[in-house]
Design a protein around this ligand. Structure first.
Ligand SMILES: Nc1ncnc2c1ncn2[C@@H]1O[C@H](COP(=O)(O)OP(=O)(O)OP(=O)(O)O)[C@@H](O)[C@H]1O
Ligand SMILES: Nc1ncnc2c1ncn2[C@@H]1O[C@H](COP(=O)(O)OP(=O)(O)OP(=O)(O)O)[C@@H](O)[C@H]1O
Ligand SMILES: [Mg+2]
Ligand SMILES: [Mg+2]
Lengths: 248, 248
């Protein structure tokens, strides 16, 4: 039974893509068949692993998903690349109810052979993210330890609850991940405290520290595990992976 | 003749809102009648200045914009608050051509008494941002000195060029602003060099350094000028303001 993680947060730049790439890289290295799905028109997950975005979005083009899936440097880690094609993304983004349902089926059918599927979403609570949520078993929300991040959480929770209450939804909370953690800063510790008080157990114990090598890795088309396996960023994502696996 | 700046970049978390709040605060302090327009459903510009988002989006509710405009702690700085109301934002976001045009007219009519208007946009190139671009005289693009930021620029440029070529557009490039600048990092200097080589003169001389006080200020509902006037962040935004004014 695949675990399908939707990596979502409407707040921008909180580490969704960095988490999608590096957590899937850790899961692959741990021996699990892992698929990373790039649902963001920015295609950062695609280029961050060293691939080019596709001309047509594989979820729109009427083709078997498997024909678009590529294998990364780690044979256990596969990628369904995204596309910047405006018309396709617009079609996806203006998702009408039946269309979302098709997308959802398409994702579920094309990914059932994987142990883990991670879906990288754009910074929005619109139809793209909602479709991803409706196709997922768990939602993982990275949040930066800063003021605006706290504000955005409540809005995200509403959207998530709506999907959870809809028919056919298997969605549960996968966890909240504190990112770009700088324990030298008062703001970080304040937000950490507030988030844990409010959300309790669903906050991962492992925070991801600020580590410049996490920002460098994608410019080489590599995950942090390949680029700098001894870095603080690599250690943190490995710890996070352990927490995700323990949960089974 | 108002200068209307659209603060845009589809990449998330690059400092659009931080720039919208602090540049408008500097312009106000320099004596100019300034209006900050919050076009982002996240409403960070609104809460960052200490106000509550509105129940209905003022650009949708059929009312004079002036009835929704509030005055900040600095009497020269006014704010048109945003709204998180999903139906309104969705209407705005699914903008049909005529609707965009109404929005554009609405913005232009309601803001003509200001010297400077700054429009804070969500992380997307969709209809909300396109409407803002079509109502603006200049587009200001903050970019973080990291790999994904470089990637996103080219996509933004396409959208901007499209708007520039459409009828009635007064849009010009206002400038590219390097944000969260950390001159200790190789990645920062690499991206700085690449951006300046590619874009030349339109890149502002002033970069905005990474300064934790810039992230703390919004949690007090204040701009950096009020919260920490002697901080590196305050100095940088003041320098940027000088560059913007010099351009006249
Ligand atoms: N822990 C970290 N330390 C240092 N840099 C980081 C860290 N996590 C992410 N980054 C960098 O911060 C920037 C934003 O991260 P990322 O693109 O993963 O966020 P995102 O939420 O996917 O953004 P968007 O909302 O645009 O999709 C990127 O340049 C990334 O390389
Ligand atoms: N120069 C800086 N130094 C330190 N922190 C900063 C700086 N600029 C912005 N920040 C912080 O980084 C985070 C992202 O900035 P901001 O919200 O302004 O980006 P944005 O582009 O508006 O994001 P979004 O795409 O979600 O609208 C915020 O928590 C902000 O307070
Ligand atoms: Mg991303
Ligand atoms: Mg913003």
């Amino acid at each position: 039974m695949s675990r399908v993680f939707c990596i979502a947060n409407q707040k921008g730049g909180v580490g969704k893509t960095t988490t999608a790439i590096n957590l899937s890289s850790c899961l692959a290295r741990a021996g699990f068949q892992t698929l990373l799905v790039d649902l963001d028109p920015q295609c950062n997950a695609t280029t961050g692993l060293g691939f080019d975005p596709l001309q047509r979005h594989p979820l729109i083009a009427n083709d078997e998903l498997t024909n678009s899936i590529v294998v990364s440097a780690d044979p256990n880690l596969h990628l369904l690349p995204g596309s910047r094609s405006f018309t396709d993304v617009d079609k996806l983004a203006r998702g009408e109810a039946s269309h979302c349902d098709t997308l959802r089926q398409h994702i579920l059918n094309g990914t059932s052979c994987y142990d883990y599927v991670l879906i990288d979403c754009p910074p929005s609570t619109g139809p793209l993210t909602q479709t991803a949520l409706s196709a997922s078993t768990e939602v993982l929300m990275p949040i930066q330890c800063e003021y605006f991040a706290m504000e955005g959480l409540t809005q995200m929770i509403h959207v998530i609850r709506d999907v959870m209450q809809s028919e056919n939804s298997k969605l549960e909370f996968g966890g909240i991940l504190l990112t770009m953690y700088d324990d030298q800063l008062e703001l970080t510790t304040e937000v950490d405290k507030e988030v844990r008080e409010f959300f309790g157990e669903i906050v991962f114990d492992t925070p991801i520290p600020r580590d410049p090598q996490l920002a460098e890795a994608p410019s080489h088309g590599e995950s942090i595990i390949q680029y700098a396996p001894r870095s603080r960023g690599a250690h943190a994502y490995t710890e996070l992976c352990m927490e995700v696996l323990d949960y089974e």
